[in-house]
Design a protein around this ligand. Structure first.
Ligand SMILES: CC(=O)N[C@H]1[C@@H](OP(=O)(O)OP(=O)(O)OC[C@H]2O[C@@H](n3ccc(=O)[nH]c3=O)[C@H](O)[C@@H]2O)O[C@H](CO)[C@@H](O)[C@@H]1O
Ligand SMILES: C=C(OP(=O)(O)O)C(=O)O
Length: 438
């Protein structure tokens, strides 16, 4: 188990460039299975989950060439489907959430797709019904082995149809889209998720020869084609990382510039931070956060009632930033109710913040009220364990603002999604050290 030692209470300064988007990368990498031609991808984040998926693709027979630090080419012209039956696949496929999205492309191109129960954050029940109901609608037969949690779908030829997804699942929509692009006839997916991750996937698939319309809306119409060709694709900057750096700047009263953020793809994110009283300035395609020397004041609703920040499927506010919003509220002036609607186990990390001196009432598993200190009382350093990726980065931000030296264990959670985190933080003045505990 890896550990960070963090000496908090210091101001940071400088600029930071966000990595490529993790959740986009996981979709885009699975899409290389849809064509025997070469797909070249840039701005791939060098993070544990993405590297695990690249390794899995390679074990499936995809030829992988690293062209630069964050660029790779992939050629899926000789796929080894036997790997799907191996014990190795049960371990590797089950070690991250994103692996679930190999099923759609494999089913569409090779007539069968299998997956063990995928991993990822333990942040609540994370069912896969939307994915498999989608494949069944396209004509696949489905089986599930309850003993070893192994899922399988098979079909000689998928057939386009109309479907209304039971929920706007991000990975579920990506999976069904990747199956439908090679189906016979037209597929309409209503209640589709439409995060920038999915918009990027659909645009890339269209460049490969797919016929998808409605991109960015909750109704995608897909005219099936016989085959897809190679293409080149560049990942957007990671909007969750961008939000993390906005929070870090505010909470440590630091002046930070976040470079190349792709403003048009940030949706609600800048406005939610503004509602917390943080000055988020647009400078070209950068975000500039001035030093909040006098703190930041949470706004109220027009009628004077307490602000609520809640998650919702895109274009709502992403659940992946709520833990960060919660942490920075602990030093704001004012109160906010954080409502995590999607996941029932994502707020329990507030215990650690309460230990550090934060004023938080966990109302129930989905809601927490935060009463900000307005920097009148600094958080106290402590020893903690990161339960999931976003709680991990939130605790790291708390530790950087706290007085004294904190220890965070289980930093593998943070490494799942943040590239080279300690070097990048050190480059803006953070005092953080990775301890090798092996
Ligand atoms: C690899 C990847 O891309 N992971 C992201 C993806 O996970 P993932 O695609 O696994 O998450 P889903 O979108 O399927 O939804 C997650 C959970 O939220 C619930 N749910 C979902 C939609 C909805 O309208 N109502 C609802 O209640 C579902 O019960 C589900 O258990 O999307 C999540 C929701 O943005 C993000 O937190 C994850 O970071
Ligand atoms: C929940 C997340 O990731 P995953 O779906 O990979 O567990 C996340 O990125 O915040």
């Amino acid at each position: 188990m890896g550990t960070f030692k963090i000496e908090g209470g210091h101001r940071l300064q400088g600029s930071i460039k966000p990595q490529g988007a993790k959740n986009e990368a996981l979709q885009i990498l699975c899409a290389v299975l849809l064509t025997p031609e070469t797909v070249t991808i840039h701005n791939i984040p060098d993070i544990v989950d993405v590297n695990k998926l690249i390794n899995l693709l390679s074990n499936l027979g995809v030829k992988v060439d690293q062209l630069g630090p964050n660029s790779y080419s992939f050629k899926a012209d000789n796929i080894n489907l036997n790997y799907l039956e191996s014990e190795q696949f049960k371990i590797e496929g089950g070690s991250l959430r994103g692996s679930i999205m190999i099923v759609g492309p494999l089913l569409a191109r090779f007539g069968r797709g299998y997956i063990p129960k995928p991993g990822g954050d333990k942040i609540g029940r994370r069912r896969l019904d939307t994915h498999f109901e989608g494949f069944i609608n396209l004509g696949a037969s489905f089986r599930y082995n309850r003993e070893d949690h192994f899922y399988g779908v098979e079909a000689e030829k998928l057939k386009g149809t109309y479907m209304l997804l039971d929920e706007a699942s991000v990975t579920g929509t990506a999976n069904v889209v990747m199956a439908a692009v090679l189906a016979e006839g037209t597929t309409t997916i209503y209640n589709a998720a439409c995060e920038p991750y999915l918009q990027q996937l659909c645009k890339m698939l269209n460049r490969m020869g797919a016929k998808i319309s409605g991109i960015g809306s909750n109704m995608l119409v897909i005219e099936g084609v016989d085959s897809l060709k190679g293409t080149e694709h560049t990942m957007l900057p990671d909007m969750i990382e961008i939000g993390s750096w906005i929070g870090l700047a505010a909470m440590t009263k630091s002046e930070l510039t976040i470079k190349g953020v792709s403003w048009d793809d940030l949706g609600q994110i800048p406005n939610v931070f503004r509602k917390l009283g943080i000055t988020v300035e647009q400078q070209g395609d950068d975000i500039h956060i001035p030093a909040h020397t006098d703190g930041y004041q949470i706004q109220k609703f027009i009628d004077g009632s307490i602000l609520t920040v809640a998650d919702a499927p895109w274009p709502g506010f992403t659940p992946d930033l709520l833990s960060i919003v919660l942490v920075i509220a602990t030093q704001a002036k004012g109160e906010v109710l954080i409502h995590q609607k999607m996941f029932e186990s994502r707020l329990f990390f507030v215990d650690k913040l309460i230990d550090m001196g934060a004023k938080i009432i966990l109302c129930d598993p989905h809601r927490a009220t935060v009463i900000g200190h307005n920097f009148k009382s600094q958080l106290k350093a402590t020893t903690m364990t990161s339960p999931d990726i976003r709680a991990g980065i939130s605790l790291l931000i708390a530790a950087l603002s706290a007085k004294g030296t904190s220890t965070i264990h289980n930093i593998e959670q943070i490494d799942r999604g943040y590239e080279n985190i300690e070097q990048r933080l050190r480059s803006i003045g953070a005092r953080i050290q990775r301890l090798d505990t092996n």
